[in-house]
Design a protein around this ligand. Structure first.
Ligand SMILES: NC(=O)c1ccc[n+]([C@@H]2O[C@H](COP(=O)([O-])OP(=O)(O)OC[C@H]3O[C@@H](n4cnc5c(N)ncnc54)[C@H](OP(=O)(O)O)[C@@H]3O)[C@@H](O)[C@H]2O)c1
Length: 326
């Protein structure tokens, strides 16, 4: 099969298509023929060894010292079950699925194996493969933070910093689904998009600083990494929660102390890959409550260009890569 191999840490051109063996499904595993995948901000971080402040050494120990230990990146995909291993009961060949491999990667290939009890769910029939590939990475992250440490409740005010990105577009839509009021912080050019996703208010970060605007929110979700507690606290209600989706190690180390001394809650860290979260997102996408947002679509042969697009830091939603399935 063809796989996009990340041959070294570096720019988009370190990603090259190469022939590798099709993996064989082991006990309780399925083999997925991938129709669509995404290049996520996570893929670009690993490829470029662009780890958040303070995580450099730890990340290299986990992901590979001089090049990615797992050379096939790609956290999420949609496709069709090609074969099943021994003991598989939930899926059959021919089933259309959405898979979230997360930190296990391996979705930038024509085939990927996956445990049937992993983050693997049936693809809603009405959802195209391209859209289905774009719901897991941002959606599970937003869900984890908003329902977990955020404890976002009906009627509360949420501010999403970086609302037009992959995590941001999911957060705005989930907030509306949960009955919260959503303020989206994005560039002026993205204001129409975030309004169409349900944002009640929009702040253009080019002209207004939300942190000094005098307004306050119950929950602030920072997907940009420029709203640490020192900046965001003036914009948080007294029992407000600050969710650091993108943050360096120093901010995460300070979070427990800031939570203890301020009466507010500061939380961050990695979001997990959970089948039940993916199932909920698939259901919400099927009902139209959460619309996958696709920035652009590239054929597999141009996956390096897809990396370059993500690298700009200004995509809207997800960059999708389609595989030639004939
Ligand atoms: N903790 C976790 O488990 C976890 C999971 C997933 C992602 N992440 C991290 O979360 C971050 C965001 O991920 P993503 O996939 O959503 O990224 P993304 O899709 O690349 O989105 C970045 C967005 O940030 C916006 N932006 C840039 N500068 C801004 C500013 N000064 N103020 C407000 N918005 C600004 C851009 O909008 P404009 O084009 O309008 O400028 C863009 O839409 C990444 O650092 C990623 O590594 C963490």
């Amino acid at each position: 099969m063809l796989a996009a191999i990340c041959t070294a840490y570096g720019g988009p051109d370190v990603v090259q298509l190469r022939e590798v063996e099709v993996p064989a499904p082991k006990d309780k595993e399925v083999l997925i023929r991938i129709h669509a995948t995404t290049v996520s901000s996570g893929d670009c971080r690993i490829r470029g060894a662009n780890f958040p402040t303070g995580f450099g050494l730890m990340a290299r120990l986990i992901f590979g010292l001089s090049r990615p230990r797992q050379p096939i990146l790609g956290t999420e995909c949609s496709g069709v079950i090609e074969a099943v291993g021994p003991g598989v009961t939930r899926f059959r060949p021919g089933d259309a699925v959405i898979a979230f491999g997360g930190a296990g990667f391996r979705c930038h290939a024509q085939y990927r194996t996956m445990r049937e009890d992993g983050a693997l769910v049936a693809k809603p029939a009405g959802l195209a493969f391209e859209a289905a590939a774009a719901i897991a990475f941002g959606g599970t992250t937003a869900l984890h933070f908003l329902r977990g440490a955020g404890r976002l409740k009906r009627g509360e005010r949420l501010l999403v910093n970086g609302a037009s990105g992959c995590v941001g577009v999911a957060a705005v839509q989930l907030a509306k689904h949960f009955g919260a009021h959503a303020t989206a912080v994005c560039s002026g050019a993205r204001s129409g998009l975030v309004r169409s996703l349900g944002a009640d208010a929009v702040i253009d970060y080019g002209s207004v600083d939300f942190a000094t605007s005098g307004e306050r929110w119950d929950v602030i979700l920072d997907t940009v990494g420029n709203a640490p507690f020192a900046r965001a606290q003036a914009a948080l209600n007294e029992s407000g929660r600050l969710l650091l989706v993108a943050s360096g190690l120093p901010e995460l180390l300070k979070a427990p102390f800031q939570s203890m001394t301020s009466g507010r809650k500061v939380a961050g860290g990695p979001a997990p890959e959970r089948a039940e979260d993916l199932a909920l997102l698939a259901k919400l996408a099927e009902s139209g409550a959460v619309r996958p947002v696709v920035d652009s679509t590239y054929p597999f042969a141009r996956i390096a260009d897809a990396h370059a697009r993500v690298e700009t830091g200004h995509k809207t939603g997800s960059v999708v890569v389609t595989l030639d399935v004939s």
